[in-house]
Design a protein around this ligand. Sequence first.
Ligand code: FES
Length: 145
Amino acid sequence: MYSEKVMDHFSNPRNVGEVPDADGIGEVGNPTCGDIMRFSIKVEDGVITDIKFKTFGCGAAIATSSMATELAKGKTLEEALQLTNKAVAEALDGLPPVKMHCSNLAADALKAAIRDYKHRRGEDTSELDSVLCAGECHGCGGHDH
Ligand code: FES
């Protein structure tokens, strides 16, 4: 049911933990399954130089978190914001349809961390508010409203 890559990232997740002195932290939860994901990022000159995650969730949530951190590391904030849950799932050679929602959490947690970073710097984050609030609400971690 799961690809080898999913099993690999589930068994040996990359970038687990929390970045010390993080520049941005994003936490999202799925109210349906109760899973929670927390991403922390370090940013230098607009580039994500370090990123770590903590996920209290299913195997697919752990594998997608791990892959999302791998994909986001070294990218500019703008590039990282383009990372969709589909791209994360594709990098893992696919997820079973019933597990696609788990990859939403990873993409959202990354966006929430970038939003927090921008928010701390007093930058306009209204564009990201709508991203995080579009459709099903994943817990609105990091929101002020
Ligand atoms: Fe909740 Fe996978 S079942 S994130």
